[in-house]
Design a binder for this molecule. Sequence first.
Ligand code: NAP
Length: 263
Amino acid sequence: MNQSPWVLVTGGAKRLGREFCLAFARADWNVVCHFNTSDTEALQTQNMVHGLGKTCVLMKQDLSAADAHTHLLDQCVSQTGQLPQCIVNNASVFSMDDAASSSAAVLQMHFQTNTVLPLLLANALALRAKTAPHHAKHLCVIHVLDQKVHNLNPDYFSYTVSKLALERSVALQAQALAPGVRVCGLSPGLSYLSGDQTQDNFDQASKVNLLQRQIQTVDIARTAVFMAENEALTGCTIQADNGQHLVPLARDVMFAINPQGGA
Ligand SMILES: NC(=O)c1ccc[n+]([C@@H]2O[C@H](COP(=O)([O-])OP(=O)(O)OC[C@H]3O[C@@H](n4cnc5c(N)ncnc54)[C@H](OP(=O)(O)O)[C@@H]3O)[C@@H](O)[C@H]2O)c1
């Protein structure tokens, strides 16, 4: 196996997760691509990374289990022989509710995958780095957030609250895990069609940002590589969103275009 560093991307099979895998591979990293249900897309991502001349190991796991973080890191180390030099906490649950309709079950589902798992995975990386310091060099965790947390509205309430908690944790965790592990946040803007959003709605909504054009997902992904490779960064968040967070809306952008979110 080549001597390149390893990145672990959660939810790496498709959409933005795949872009992260490819951006790191282009930057000469090997990739551990975690996925849960997207077996076919994970294999495609693996082939794409191989096509770029780097190694890609696939890891299938449901992250909603309480001890998922330790299993994932154990598997990662046993298959690559080392700690990942960077973890991109990309996997996420995104389901619609609002402040009035949220329930304990929906809040807990979002918190487990979007908040608890990323935080515990970062802690587990720091702990392993201490107990096996020969494995540890320049470690970095990137929590993938959302421009929503800088530009609030009450749609997707449980999702937003789970990402807000993660965003507020970036600086805290950076302080707690220093000097062994750097912790950064990355807030994308609207990048992919979601739920029952129509293509027409997406085409319009994706231009509601300061630059009035669709965000290039490759630009979001290479921001993560920049964070992983820039040793000066910790405790900070970059918004890769064409300035979407500076365009306040009373509702989610999907409903700002059309109150039903559809065509
Ligand atoms: N899409 C956007 O426009 C947008 C905008 C702002 C921020 N973001 C953020 O960017 C990141 C990527 O967005 P996305 O739209 O590409 O994400 P996504 O498609 O909604 O989800 C990414 C992956 O998360 C994995 N996942 C969900 N629940 C899981 C669980 N319980 N266990 C294991 N894996 C699980 C899924 O893996 P499997 O498919 O393998 O099951 C899924 O492919 C997310 O953190 C999101 O919050 C996205």
